[in-house]
Design a protein around this ligand. Sequence first.
Ligand code: NDP
Length: 237
Amino acid sequence: MDKVCAVFGGSRGIGRAVAQLMARKGYRLAIIARNLEGAKATAGDLGGDHLAFSCDVAKEHDVQNTFEEMEKHLGRVNFLVNAAGINRDSLLVRTKTEDMVSQLHTNLLGSMLTCKAAMRTMIQQQGGSIVNVGSIVGLKGNSGQSVYSASKGGLVGFSRALAKEVARKKIRVNVVAPGFVHTDMTKDLKEEHLKKNIPLGRFGETIEVAHAVVFLLESPYITGHVLVVDGGLQLIL
Ligand code: NDP
């Protein structure tokens, strides 16, 4: 069977590093983001027979169409990575409702929709592997990130419940929970100050998270697991 993987949020950051690693390992990839040009650029850089799709994970219709198109052009999707995510950091009292909704819709509802869309094929073929990218703040909470933390904490509950639901179908669902990683999402943070609190003394690199994602994708006896990749941050939070 072809190893076909859909990487939502694959155009930049952690998702892009996952796609690069998986391309080297011989997977056929769908690179998915809202910005089609960004997704195409990443798919093109990978070399080989990879495709790009535009999709907003928060929109059910978009997600369903994207799965139909992926299956038409790439075949059955048996691996799924949910790395699409946004943050709108602010204290709760200053957070606009629309920013609450957009974070919950992209980070939590989005992964629910892609997992649901992937289920039909994975159940039919009696197998599949999913990794959802959470965050250490989904486990520990962080001031100024209450809504983002809720979206990522929700993702853990969702993933563990789904892992139970589909284990008999030989479908596995796991979570990688990164700490601070060098990407567009963290480029405006005060790194010099923040890294003093990280036991390993630095932000992570996207490839370091990608290795954890691919490890879980390919580990046939691990499901419902949350793998923290945070330079030891959880030890002090
Ligand atoms: P980036 O901002 O670098 O990349 C985000 C990716 O998600 C892009 O490909 C973006 O493409 C895509 N995306 C965003 N919104 C949507 C949407 N509605 N539909 C489809 N695609 C979307 O983020 P990171 O790589 O840093 O983050 C990846 C994941 O890791 C996120 O879930 C994030 O919450 C999580 N994370 C990141 C940490 C970090 O320190 N960087 C720490 C902990 C967790 P486009 O804009 O074109 O849609």
